[in-house]
Design a protein around this ligand. Structure first.
Ligand code: NDP
Length: 246
């Protein structure tokens, strides 16, 4: 049996962990990439025998080709890439330094481009594959004090469309999930910094509840499977209706 091979960046936490768990439970060999050795080791224990760990700071763009090559060497192919790793920073517009703005764009956008390019080389050679990028509802409308994050997630949505158009000829589909407020360590920090945020989000969410990581993992799974084989370039909100503008 040819088992599928997946890469999930940021697979040791939150949405990435739930996505990796969903894949591993289906027998997909899943490489999770994170910076923290401790968190990644813990995640691997919980994910079981189909999970593989790679420690890498994706900000180090020079390390990415070797990382992808190592996966190809070991696994022989790469069927799925989920560009999930991301960082956020909440700060007044006038306080954000050029360096901070650049750091967020580097992690959330440049590393996504670099790893995608390297994985696409492998997918092109093998005749196809599927990529899912993780954006945010921050790309849909203004959220206070997250200028760099918003810029980065808007870029991800544009990149998704551009990649979908450029890569369809190689049998590679590229789609994007735009999560609303999902309970993870990242959103817990956002709520901690701004305790009234939850009630503001609820006020414009028709379903009146936060999402859970599995909601996003299920949607990612749909977008990488045969059932969505005629779908590319979509931005799929998973947000309890938040983006409708209720
Ligand atoms: P978490 O903070 O729980 O997880 C972030 C993951 O990214 C961690 O595994 C982290 O690993 C990894 N990561 C961050 N920077 C790097 C880096 N430089 N190199 C390698 N890995 C890195 O976040 P969530 O699960 O909440 O978010 C996942 C994605 O979903 C993000 O892109 C986020 O923007 C997006 N999102 C989340 C929403 C939510 O409500 N939770 C809403 C909308 C979008 P490590 O710590 O080991 O570096």
């Amino acid at each position: 049996m040819n088992r599928k091979i997946a890469i999930v960046t940021g697979g040791n936490s939150g949405l990435g962990f739930a996505t990796a768990k969903n894949f591993c439970e289906q027998g997909i060999i899943t490489y999770i990439i994170g910076r923290s050795k401790e968190k990644t080791a813990q995640a691997i224990c919980e994910l079981g025998e189909n999970a593989r760990a790679l420690i890498c700071d994706l900000n180090d763009l020079k390390a990415i080709p070797k990382l992808v090559e190592a996966i190809k060497e070991e696994a022989g192919r790469i069927d799925i890439l989920v560009n999930n790793a991301g960082i956020n920073m909440k700060k007044d517009f006038l306080e954000v330094t050029d360096e901070e703005f650049g750091n967020i764009l580097h992690t959330n956008v440049s590393s996504v481009f670099s790893i995608s390019r390297e994985v696409v080389k492998v997918m092109k050679e093998q005749g196809g594959g599927s990529i899912v990028n993780i954006s945010s509802m921050a790309a849909q409308y203004g959220i206070p004090k997250v200028i760099a994050y918003t810029a980065s997630k808007t870029a991800i949505e544009g990149m998704t469309r551009s990649m979908a158009v450029d890569l369809a000829q190689y049998g590679i589909r590229v789609n994007c999930i735009a999560p609303g407020f999902i309970e993870t360590p990242m959103s817990a920090k956002a709520l901690n910094d701004d305790p009234e945020r939850k009630s503001r989000v609820m006020a414009r969410t028709p379903m009146k509840k936060l999402g859970c990581p599995e909601d996003v993992a299920n949607a990612v799974n749909y977008l990488v499977q045969e059932g969505s084989k005629y779908t590319t370039g979509v931005i799929l909100p998973i947000d309890g209706g938040n983006s409708i503008g209720f």
